[in-house]
Design a protein. Structure first.
Length: 82
């Protein structure tokens, strides 16, 4: 999963772009729910939130390192939940 750092300026660019609705407003800045973030696997070649963020405050969450297969399994699981 990816993670938004505290330097986020709440520009609102990333939230509507997330195909998994993993991004929402937190207490101070936007947050990514790691259980919903597939790093865009299943939808796009690259994480779309990273592409639209005007500053570099979205990183790979060091506490949620997942390989491609794991992210794809998460994608399949989430799609089947809908
Ligand atoms: Fe959403 Fe993709 Fe960003 Fe994860 S990487 S929060 S799935 S836009
Ligand atoms: Fe924050 Fe970047 Fe999202 Fe804007 S695009 S709300 S700066 S994480």
């Amino acid at each position: 999963a990816l993670k938004i750092l505290e330097g986020c300026i709440n520009c609102d660019m990333c939230e509507p772009e997330c195909p998994n609705k993993a991004i929402s407003m937190g207490e101070k800045v936007y947050e990514i729910n790691p259980d919903l973030c597939t790093e865009c696997v299943g939808f796009y070649d690259n994480p779309t939130c990273l592409s639209v963020c005007p500053i570099d405050v979205i990183i790979k969450d060091p506490d949620r390192v997942e390989d491609h297969d794991t992210l794809y399994e998460k994608f399949v699981h989430l799609v089947n939940e809908d």
